[in-house]
Ligand binder design. Structure first.
Ligand code: GDP
Ligand code: MG
Length: 440
């Protein structure tokens, strides 16, 4: 997006003075660029209208560089759209316990963000308790425990034999008895918005004095993220949003539309998988980033590439030793996503890139990837590392956890076996492929 917008502005600058028609023509380009960035259509329409009104209303011949002036207005409107100023999580006054409930689809980043927020609040001197209320995904409780331990905060869990609402209630009791300031409830998600998930969240809200419901959405899902936010807000009511995986999203469309569509502030931006990768959301910085002003984006990309190459090396090492497992499978998928989806990867491959792109259904392919991820997320760590453990009853449990058919689990295991065989045959392949993709 930034590149496109910069081109638009470059044209404006070189033109010198702006006429009314110039403003309109330029905004037409801005509109296209925003739509391409996956910004909600209605939001784009309103946005362009606002900017146009302001730009044409002002005298563009007042001695300023006309291009700068349009940048200024576009920037200001973007900031306004995203909420003007930073909003913090509202904590209860004094010694009162603040109860935060996390909500969102499976894989959005709830558990990770729970631990990230805990770290932030702990740094502010708060005594934080985390409650493990995702009783469906087998490794979910353990994941929260590991993350909680890393952050040095206590995790309240009652295993997976209790209902989420009971665990939440008991956690509140525990928090109150032990003078905690904040309780963060990590909940279960589904692959898509569904009634059971909503009912469960509503039930927790009815039984526990939740003071903040925070929705976690994956920025990389773009327009979908906005729809998800809208639905959650309508069904359970949300107080704020955390936009995760902004490190992998170059479009920024979700950030621009969520506030406009839900009226709820974006509290934090998830900028990576590490527990320190959570940033306060600054609308002005986000606008600058979308507009490509400043070097923030470049810096992030650079760091990401270095990280990825390191991971690729580790991956290759594992494959040499024929230790390829589902954890690695997951890792290689997320690397692919970071590199910008299937079609852009195909575009970078020698022989496929350049001119003609093969016809692939990108949407379907990405949905497939999301389902595959959900299946692997539903495995225990042990199962991921040792797929031969996967007997029919385990497969059934995994299918349930991921919300898919058992046939799909079987298919994935089969694909995995094939991939493993293939990799055994050509140990150097991955390394070469990766290098080509990064440097090519
Ligand atoms: P949950 O199902 O909503 O609890 O999602 P998780 O917390 O388990 O996260 C799903 C995946 O997304 C994990 O692999 C996380 O490491 C990853 N993740 C979460 N937040 C971010 C982020 O801000 N950036 C990146 N790159 N990955 C993230
Ligand atoms: Mg989780």
């Amino acid at each position: 997006l930034s590149e496109k917008l910069q081109n638009v502005f470059k044209n404006l600058r070189s033109k010198g003075r702006l006429t009314e028609d110039d403003v309109k023509a330029a905004l037409k380009e801005v509109k296209m660029a925003l739509l391409e960035a996956d910004v909600n259509f209605k939001v784009v329409k309103q946005f362009v209208k606002d900017v146009q009104e302001r730009a044409i209303g002002q005298d563009v011949m007042n001695g300023l560089n006309p291009g700068q002036m349009v940048i200024k207005i576009v920037n200001e409107e973007m900031v306004r759209l995203m909420g003007s100023e930073t909003t913090e999580i509202a904590l209860r006054p004094g010694k009162e316990l603040t109860i935060i409930m996390m909500a969102g689809l499976q894989g959005a980043g709830k558990t990770t963000t729970t631990a990230k927020i805990a770290g932030k609040l702990k740094a502010k001197g708060k005594k934080v308790l985390l409650a493990a209320c995702d009783v469906y995904r087998p490794a979910a409780i353990e994941q929260l425990q590991i993350n909680g331990e890393k952050q040095g905060v206590e995790v309240f869990s009652m295993g997976d034999k209790n209902t989420p609402v009971n665990i939440a209630k008991a956690a509140v009791e525990h928090a109150t008895k032990n003078d905690f300031n904040v309780l963060i409830i990590d909940t279960a998600g589904r692959l898509h918005v569904d009634e059971d998930m909503m009912a469960e969240l509503i039930q927790i809200k009815e039984n526990v004095a939740v003071s903040q419901t925070i929705l976690v959405v994956d920025a990389m899902t773009g327009q979908d993220a906005v729809n998800v936010a809208k639905t959650f807000d309508e069904k359970i009511g949300i107080d704020g949003v955390v936009l995760t995986k902004l490190d992998g999203d170059t479009r920024g469309g979700a950030a621009l539309s969520i506030r406009a569509v839900t009226g709820k502030p974006i509290l934090y931006a998830g900028m990576g998988e590490k527990l320190s990768d959570l940033e306060q959301f600054y609308p002005d910085r986000m606008a600058s980033r979308i507009l490509g002003m400043g070097d923030v984006l470049t810096l992030i990309e650079k760091a990401q590439n270095e990280l990825d190459e390191e991971k690729a090396k580790k991956l290759e090492e594992k494959m040499r030793k024929n230790e390829f497992d589902f954890e690695m499978y997951l890792e290689s998928m997320s690397q692919m996503k970071k590199m910008g989806g299937l079609s852009s990867i195909l575009g970078m491959m020698p022989g496929l890139g350049g001119g003609k792109m093969p016809e692939i259904d990108e949407g379907a392919a990405e949905k497939n990837m999301a389902r595959t991820e959900a299946i692997i997320f539903s495995m225990t760590v042990e199962e991921r590392q040792n797929p031969s453990l996967l007997n029919p009853s385990r497969k059934r449990r995994i299918a349930q956890g991921a919300g898919v058919d058992i046939a799909e689990v079987n298919r994935l295991v089969k694909q995995f076996d094939q991939a493993k065989k293939m990799m055994k045959q050509m140990p150097g392949m991955m390394k070469k492929g990766k290098k080509g993709m990064f440097k090519g």
